[in-house]
Design a protein around this ligand. Structure first.
Ligand code: GDP
Length: 483
């Protein structure tokens, strides 16, 4: 895969903005934590739960600063960059903890939130200085946007060849047909005009969306076609791949018009995202809805692995200009998290972690994690089930107990969103490799559950959001900065 993510000018830009960060953070260090994952991986829930647990001093025995009694507290602070939307923490929390708790809407664009953490350091000189503070900047962004990185190294003609090859593969047939039919009806050599560009872009977007809905967990670039963020309806997204012209391209042709828009998308959308946001992260968590892929079968697992490979290729290790290295921050820890671990019994969590590890290791090899620590964990930002056992045919089965969302169904039973059930979710394979072998489907019983409807309160009257291993994730991502 081509890998020229930044130009020298970009490197300078990144170096300067990192310098500015360190200048303003001279007294209070700032840790920029990126939270990403494909759509519906669980980013919004993870961030809401993390912020709430930090603000209310939640149950987090696996987070060393809290376990040691050194964590003093956290508060929300104004985000220094007013041009970036703020993560809608209050609205999301209200959805989850209101009278009728519902899951909030997921991530559609980049957003940020700043927390100020106060703690007692355990360093020898800390006693002299009193409590320390750390700014924790959380940057939430769609994983789909990372899939755009390879575009920076591809011309319009090269990208078109790749995209059209994929659309013409037998597996894409049904989803891609309307777009391919439209392509044959429109001559790219004709005069440029907006209606044709719009029709082509709409048909191409529709194809991407449909292939996503029909099982493919990965999406194909351009990432903004499915998650446009603030660019919804903008001309920057009005292009589509076109077959290579047989004659010289006229500057006034439809082909030239779409080529120009593709280049504008790269220059004005993709490159600034990588330069201004991505390249400034210190730590990263990549959330992966592993269970959904397992439930959908080997093709979906293979597809998830492909998507992860593209995502991981973005963590540009050892590829910066050595002269700029002192100024260029680099992600030194990446945590991979299999989300929604409350969908399986805790006895399966080790296997879930092993499966995720296997998935990202394969993908990671190609991303070269030189000098970067990585770890895999199974977690639930918000735990929507509890556990129990049932006896069946003289056997004791470990179950999870929760209320399936209205409209969910399993084995011919449709659920109304009000009835609590005990479910045997099935066993994850002991050997992660089994997942990649055909004829080895994992028999999982997978249902989406409603968020917890009755929440406890702590001594201060704050709602307690139950989680699984959020504390350990936090410890890995921030613990050493609070040492
Ligand atoms: P995003 O698109 O990555 O922001 O995904 P969300 O955080 O909005 O999560 C998508 C959906 O997954 C939610 O609406 C929930 O239904 C479900 N979900 C996310 N996290 C959890 C979790 O920890 N436990 C359970 N049971 N469901 C979750």
């Amino acid at each position: 895969m081509p890998q020229p993510p930044t130009t020298i000018a970009d490197e300078l830009g990144i170096a300067l903005s990192n310098l500015a960060d360190s200048a303003t953070g001279a007294f209070t260090p700032t840790l920029r934590l990126g939270v990403t994952g494909l759509s519906r991986a669980g980013k919004t829930i993870f961030i809401t739960a993390l912020v709430h647990n930090l603000l209310t001093g939640g149950r987090m025995p696996g987070f060393a600063p809290m376990a040691d009694g050194r964590f003093i507290g956290a508060r929300l602070a104004e985000y220094p960059d007013a041009t970036i939307p703020r993560f809608a923490y209050e609205q999301h929390l209200e959805a989850l903890t209101g009278k009728h708790p519902v899951w909030p809407e997921g991530t559609r664009r980049i957003s940020q939130l700043r927390l100020v953490l106060k703690f007692q350091s355990r360093r020898w000189y800390a006693g002299l200085r009193g409590p320390s503070t750390l700014n924790l900047d959380i940057v939430d962004y769609p994983g789909e946007w990372l899939l755009d990185l390879p575009l920076l190294g591809l011309s319009f003609a090269q990208w078109s060849v790749e995209a059209l090859d994929r659309a013409r593969r037998p597996g894409s047939g049904k989803e891609a047909r309307p777009f391919l039919e439209l392509l044959t009806a429109i001559d790219p050599g004709k005069d440029a005009n907006d209606p044709d560009a719009e029709r082509l872009a709409a048909a191409f977007t529709d194809y991407l969306r449909r292939s996503r809905e029909h099982g493919a967990l990965s999406t194909l670039p351009p990432g903004r076609f499915l998650l446009p963020g603030d660019l919804e309806g903008s001309p920057a997204l009005t292009f589509a791949p076109l077959p290579a012209p047989t004659q010289a391209v006229r500057g006034s042709s439809l082909y030239a018009m779409l080529e120009k828009r593709y280049e504008a998308y790269k220059a004005q959308v993709v490159r600034p995202f990588f330069r201004d946001h991505f390249a400034r992260l210190d730590r990263q968590i990549v959330l992966v809805d592993t269970l959904r892929a397992l439930n959908a079968g080997p093709a979906a697992v293979a597809d998830l692995e492909t998507a992860l490979t593209s995502v991981l290729a973005c963590f540009r290790q050892g590829e910066t200009n050595p002269l700029l290295r002192p100024f260029t921050r680099r992600i030194d820890r990446i945590l991979f998290a299999a989300t929604k671990a409350d969908h399986v019994h805790h006895t399966s969590h080790d296997r879930l972690e092993a499966i995720l590890n296997r998935l990202v290791n394969n993908a990671g090899k190609r991303a070269r994690f030189a000098g970067t620590q990585t770890r895999s964990i199974a977690l639930a930002g918000i735990r929507a089930t509890h556990e129990g056992t049932i006896s069946e045919g003289g056997q004791t089965l470990n179950t999870i107990i929760g209320t399936p969302l209205a409209g969910e169904s399993l084995g011919g039973t449709a659920y109304d969103g009000k009835t609590e059930i005990a479910l045997f979710p099935g066993d994850l394979p002991e050997r992660p490799d089994a997942l990649f072998e055909d004829g080895n489907p994992v028999e999982l019983n997978f249902l989406r559950f409603a968020p917890p409807q009755k929440l406890d309160r702590n001594a201060s009257g704050d709602v307690v959001l139950p989680h699984i291993r959020l504390d350990r994730a936090l410890d890995y991502l921030l613990g050493d900065w609070l040492a």
